[in-house]
Design a protein around this ligand. Structure first.
Ligand code: UP5
Ligand code: MG
Length: 204
């Protein structure tokens, strides 16, 4: 697909900061196609015939970042499929198709690789949330989510990876003045109101 037809917004934030939850709001109001890198990896993990199932499972449980070749392929395939199906909102009206890429890039080299080979991002939305709040949310979700990484030990590892490896991505985008940062401790509606104001101020 041609990158001139596409707007990419990266949606970053720590584990449990609310990316998935706020994405649902953004899809509804702005016609984004929501692509969660974590969801795509979990789907690939259980896909019949996938050669990456075991690898993805162990990386996710350990809170490690799956080699980017796997993730970028899943994302670019999903973008191409969505465009081919015409499901990317806006496309049919002659507007650019908008993709909200949730939970990616989590490492600097992934950011560079994606922007060089798939599509540069227009904006980076960042949910800023303290670990105590994220931990409480994830432990609560873990009672029912069935996610292999919603347990105290995996959560601790995810936080560590986030601080050491993923925050530098946010800081790099800040230097490019691309980041809309939103405090994510309020209610879902309170956070969303600030998200909306932030992206609209950037002309989205
Ligand atoms: N909740 C949400 N907002 C709330 C609010 N304002 N007030 C009260 N509760 C709120 O929310 C988490 C929980 O909090 C939910 O129960 C929600 O109701 C509640 P959610 O919206 O799911 O938060 P989110 O930020 O999406 O949390 P998630 O756990 O999905 O974040 P992660 O970034 O950890 O997970 P992801 O799926 O992106 O990645 C998982 C793993 O995949 C990674 O650790 C890594 O191993 C691997 N991965 C890669 O290797 N590469 C990638 O590019 C991406 C992932
Ligand atoms: Mg999520």
């Amino acid at each position: 697909f041609s990158t001139t037809d596409v707007t990419v917004v990266f949606f970053l934030g720590g584990p449990g900061s609310g990316k998935g939850t706020q994405s649902a709001n953004l899809v509804k109001d702005y016609g984004f196609v929501h692509l969660s890198a974590g969801d795509l990896l979990r789907a690939e993990q259980v896909r019949e015939g996938s050669q990456y199932g075991e690898l993805i499972k162990s990386y996710i449980r350990e809170g490690q970042i799956v080699p980017m070749e796997v993730t970028v392929k899943l994302l670019s395939n999903a973008m191409a499929e969505s465009l081919a199906a015409g499901s990317a909102a806006g496309a049919e009206k002659g507007h650019k198709a908008r993709f909200l890429i949730d939970g990616f890039p989590r490492k600097l080299d992934q950011a560079v690789f994606f922007e060089d080979t798939v599509c540069p991002s227009e904006l980076v939305l960042f949910l800023d949330c303290p670990e105590e709040v994220m931990e409480a949310r994830l432990l609560k979700r873990g009672e029912t989510s069935g996610r292999d990484d919603d347990n105290a030990e995996s959560i601790r590892k995810r936080f560590r990876t986030f601080v050491e490896t993923s925050m530098p991505v946010v800081h790099a985008f800040e230097k490019q003045d691309k980041v809309v940062s939103v405090k994510a401790t309020g209610s879902v509606d309170e956070v969303y109101a600030v998200v909306k104001a932030g992206i609209e101020a950037r002309g989205l």
